[in-house]
Design a protein. Sequence first.
Length: 438
Amino acid sequence: MTEAAAHANMLVGVAENDITPPLGTQLAGYFAPRVSDGVISPLMAKALVVGAGDERCVLICCDLITMTAAVCEATRSLITAATGIAGERIMICSTHTHTGPDIRIRPNSIISVNHEYLAGLPERIAAAAIAAAGRQREAVLCIGREHEEGLSFNRRFRMEDASEQFGPSGPLKCEGVAGPIDPEFGALIFKEELTSKPFAIVCNYSVHIDVTGGTKISADYPAVMTDTLRAVYGPELIVMYVQGACGNINHCAYLQNNPYPGKGVWKSEQLGRAFAGKALTIAEKALPSKTNKVGTAREILDVPMYPRDMVLEQRVAAAKAKENPSAAEKRLIELVESYDPEGTTPREVQTLRIGDAVFCGAPGEYFVEWGLEIKKWSPFAYTFIAELCNDAVGYIPTYEAFLRGGYEATPVVSVRSTPALGQMIADANFRNLRKLVD
């Protein structure tokens, strides 16, 4: 890691590249195929390169539903070959847009993958990082946070029989919301001088990107946020969105008497404009980082598969007993007979430091409770979660969620890793943070 006096500049480069698939590509995120027939906003890969020489680090954000280990490693190899930046110093995340392509090669998948598009995807993502590495300049990093609630909501609800489910509707009485949100909206602001306009803004918040819906390709609310901020700071501004721990967080005001549309283009625009306002406020008052240190730390976890335990057997039995099972339950019945819980899979947990801020990676859809735990025990002034980072394991719920039910905690369908994975990731970040702290 590099160190200099407080408020010292750091070398920073940013760039973006279009990764929009061709029309006709199926869209990911639902239990039924959707064929893309238009484009609302292009999908982008956006890259930030910080630091100097062998200590350079890279943060990449892609407008995709997830990242996979295969795409990550292929992209890292291309970046390393072109720039010399070591692969373990490159963090690649997805925003989790549900109006983009699926890049996961899975047996018996409902959604078809565009293999020609997928083959060229690492090169298109890498192009952004390679360009950013070639455009580094001295910059001031300012960091800030704003409190934001009213646009994100925990989507799990406690029912009268003590079970929990996605959404409050159903035959059982809903007793209330079953979990918290993370109200912290954070941003890193990069400027050539302390008093100049930003040339790059990295935002972090926790809310699912499944707002626009439909059959048109869209980066969803991060694209609106980008356009809104560019209207203030200029068209060359690069705005990156790092998704926080939002495995159980949605944009829907379920139990509120809210007259606004709950989904669609307008809702996406509402969130994008509101979040741009938060980023704008931070940009105008954030204080400079006290250090220009950069660095990464990581652990490779040996992750067991989800076992054939009591929870799985009960969920299968309950699904089979229903006259009209949900789409997830139908999928569970379909997959469980051939499910093999043997073996382990290596999963990367990476933590990235940029000045006084850190991004703690999670290789899947991380429940907000785990993200809040990481923040609680972090020694850094600004700690942000980067879910869907470098890999895709599916949902990563809390222990309690497995016992109480709900879509996100459905074994085999939503979760294929050990129920201990959430804590394993939190603990790995705990150790990584202490390697990176002063």
